[in-house]
Design a protein around this ligand. Structure first.
Ligand code: ADP
Ligand code: MG
Length: 354
């Protein structure tokens, strides 16, 4: 960890105790490199898919969130006056890159929601997050185009299958791609919905819960905030919250009780401003995003890319991605089968909140 001490010099707020302060890696994320600095701070190196400018968006939007009482990490200023420090040097040595320092928030990270009560609390917090940003006229300095361009992800899978026939995983991936395509061909197309500022990655591990694991207390990992439609935002959240199994487990399990509770929590806060069209598109969004994700994982299985290969789980990056792709496709198929029931639960949740 000693190579990180030089990074701390960029942040004046640490001046008093940076020589002795402890530095420990924080597990929980897959994208950025995250370290606990003492008890009060978190130091993070941004993954190169994000540009340093994203930190300006985070500073501006977390001010609105804080004003509305929604807790998120706040960034400390570097000695340059910017909310990040650009450190020269090779990335591979663990030092070069864009670093930021933020306050450490109390609470627990959950990799999966374990109960409907947690889902209700998560839904309520996310509705407050959206409400706090509604009416904010922010122009993003950083954006990642095409994050949920589902047709483009479907096309990328077709291209991977067509161009990589010699890959060891070709047969299983090609078979899976056909099933993914079959499910996608049933999709009715994205509805036209208003753009709102959303989080963009509301998976369970990007929320903090109190120590008892009862209530969602904070929202983390704000690099993906952008103007987006709520079907995509909520579809992505729900595919994480409502899958009782891990993303790479052999069999996923759609938890309908967790879904219903998440909707009740969300509806309580959102019913005042969400439109009928947005509400009616939530289940379609869940189906679309889980299908999209299975396509992305399947393409990555052939392209041997993407982060998060765990050698304890799978013998290769490709096989790990194939496991994720199968899980997500089965999950999407479960959503498709349960769709009428899920849509009824959404209507009931909003009716009860009215
Ligand atoms: N400010 C913070 N306070 C407490 N824990 C944090 C904070 N920031 C990050 N973490 C922990 O580190 C993990 C990874 O951070 P995150 O910002 O989500 O990065 P990634 O993009 O890699 O997922 C989180 O899931 C959480 O457990
Ligand atoms: Mg995260």
């Amino acid at each position: 960890m000693d190579h990180l001490r030089q990074i701390l010099r960029h942040f004046p707020v640490l001046e008093a105790d940076r020589a002795e302060v402890s530095l420990r890696p924080m597990a929980g994320g897959l994208i950025n490199d995250t370290f606990a600095v003492g008890d009060d701070w978190v130091l993070q190196r941004l993954h190169p898919i994000f540009a340093a400018e994203v930190n300006h968006d985070i500073v501006a939007l977390t001010a609105h969130l804080a004003a509305a009482g929604v807790v998120t990490p706040r960034l400390a200023l570097a000695s340059s006056g910017q909310p990040f420090a650009e450190v020269q040097g090779p990335r591979d040595a663990g030092v070069g890159g864009v670093w930021r320092l933020m306050g450490r928030l109390p609470g627990r990270t959950l990799h999966r929601l374990e109960s409907p009560a947690q889902a209700a609390s998560a839904g309520e917090l996310v509705a407050r997050f959206h409400a706090a940003l509604s009416g904010v006229a922010h122009t993003f300095r950083f954006s990642r185009p095409g994050a949920h361009d589902t047709p483009a992800h479907m096309q990328a899978l077709q291209t991977a299958v067509l161009t990589l026939p010699a890959h060891a995983l070709y047969d299983p991936v090609a078979a899976l791609a056909e099933q993914i395509d079959a499910l996608w061909s049933l999709h009715e197309g994205a509805p036209s919905l208003p753009l709102r500022i959303g989080h963009g990655d509301l998976k369970a591990s990007n929320l903090l819960f109190d120590e008892r694991g009862a209530n969602a207390t904070a929202i983390l990992d704000l690099d993906t905030m952008a103007w987006m439609t709520m079907d995509v935002e909520l579809g992505d959240a729900l595919r994480s919250w409502c899958n009782r199994a891990a993303e790479d487990a052999p069999t996923p399990a759609l938890d309908v009780d967790v879904f219903a509770a998440a909707m009740r929590g969300y509806a309580g806060g959102a019913r005042r401003w969400i439109t009928g069209d947005e509400r009616d598109a939530i289940v379609s969004g869940l189906l679309r995003i889980s299908t999209e994700l299975s396509a992305r994982f399947a393409a990555d299985a052939l392209r041997e890319c993407y982060f998060g290969w765990n050698p304890d789980v799978a013998p290769s990056r490709g096989v790990h991605n194939l496991m994720r792709a199968r899980n997500q496709l089965q999950f999407a198929q479960q959503v498709a089968l349960a769709r009428p029931r899920l849509e009824r639960l959404v209507r009931e949740a909003f009716a009860a909140a009215a």
